[in-house]
Write a protein that binds this ligand. Structure first.
Ligand code: ATP
Ligand code: MG
Length: 256
């Protein structure tokens, strides 16, 4: 059984890419075969894994020119984790795909062709609700929504839920929300604790694991490494390992 997860929230800087990369690496570390698909033109997941984002073989070629996804997949430093890299020209895809037939399901078609080779496919979406995010949601079985523990954390979430609903009604009826992940949590501040409580009261499907704020995890991408390879024992690294465990047991329940 393989599963496709989109990591999405149109709010910028909430920890989508950090979650996609590190959750992916932790799942791979626990024996899963994981493919990370970077559909963000910023290509932060790509460069954060030490892969060149000016490479001609990127998700752009897959979405716009119909190149097979498997042709662009590269290995990463983490064994069991593969990457379908992004490149900056992916920004143009939002416009170039406008006249294309079934433009919302280009990624779904591409992912379907490789799905059986991986246990888990994780898609890192950009901070918008445009065509690239719609492609990510259409390709996915479930969505993971990182939420930063800060003032107005829930702002904009209504629009994301509305978009998920539209995708479900028109393009991908089986799409479900796997859960919200609280990121950049600082237990010393009342605000963080209040935000976490508020999020949990609105969304009972919030993961129990909370990702703490950590300097180590923000340093890791500049070395092109997931946190496991950079500093395995730091608190945020342990948190992503715990999140991977929590996700795997939740997925087992869904498939049971
Ligand atoms: P974008 O919307 O631009 O794609 P994003 O939602 O993918 O952003 P990230 O790039 O993962 O967010 O994180 C934003 C910034 O916060 C980055 O500099 C990242 O290193 C930092 N960051 C993410 N998670 C943590 C954490 N747990 N502790 C400290 N810094 C973090
Ligand atoms: Mg990102």
């Amino acid at each position: 059984m393989s599963v496709v997860l989109a990591v999405a929230n149109q709010k910028g800087g909430v920890g989508k890419t950090t979650t996609a990369v590190n959750l992916g690496a932790c799942l791979a570390d626990s024996g899963q075969r994981v493919l990370l698909v970077d559909v963000d033109p910023q290509a932060n997941a790509t460069t954060g894994l030490g892969i060149d984002a000016s490479n001609a073989n990127s998700v752009y070629e897959v979405l716009v020119n119909g190149v097979a996804l498997e042709e662009i997949v590269v290995e990463t430093a983490q064994s069991g984790l593969w990457l379908a890299p992004s490149s900056n020209d992916l920004a143009g895809a939002e416009v170039e795909l406008v006249p294309v037939a079934k433009r919302e399901s280009r990624l779904q078609d591409a992912v379907r062709s490789v799905k059986s080779r991986y246990d888990i496919v994780i898609i890192d979406a950009p901070p918008s609700l445009g065509l690239l995010t719609v492609n990510a949601l259409t390709a996915a079985d479930a969505v993971i929504v990182p939420v930063q523990c800060e003032y107005l954390a829930l702002e904009g979430l209504g629009r994301l839920l509305h978009t998920i609903d539209l995708v479900r009604r028109n393009l991908n009826p089986a799409l479900r929300i796997q859960g919200l992940v609280l990121t950049m949590y600082d237990a010393r501040t009342n605000l963080c604790r209040q935000v976490a409580e508020e999020v949990r009261s609105h969304f009972p499907n919030t993961f129990e694991t909370v990702i703490p704020r950590s300097v180590r995890i923000s340093e890791a991408p500049s070395y092109g490494l997931p946190i496991l390879a950079y500093d395995r024992s730091c608190r945020a690294g342990k948190a992503y390992q715990a999140l991977a465990g929590e996700l795997l047991s939740a997925l087992q329940k869904v498939s049971a």
